[in-house]
Design a protein. Structure first.
Length: 69
């Protein structure tokens, strides 16, 4: 039996939705994307990949802050 990780499925959906042309999106289409992306973030956050992304973004933000001084 094949199992599909929900986070991977949502990531594929987000990539496919964002790859479409902007002119062809309806308002409902955009609203659905706005709901899906935070749901993906909630699913990824507690994983090791989510922690790695958090650490990388933290270091990037820290570097930008240090460069601004």
């Amino acid at each position: 039996m094949v199992t599909i990780d929900v986070a991977v499925l949502l990531a594929v959906i987000v990539v496919l939705r964002l790859g479409r042309r902007t002119q062809s999106r309806s308002r409902d289409d955009e609203k659905l994307t706005v709901v899906i992306v935070p749901a993906l973030g909630v699913l990824i956050a507690p994983t090791s990949a989510g922690r790695a992304i958090h650490d990388i973004l933290g270091q990037l933000a820290n570097g930008i802050t240090q460069a601004g001084r």
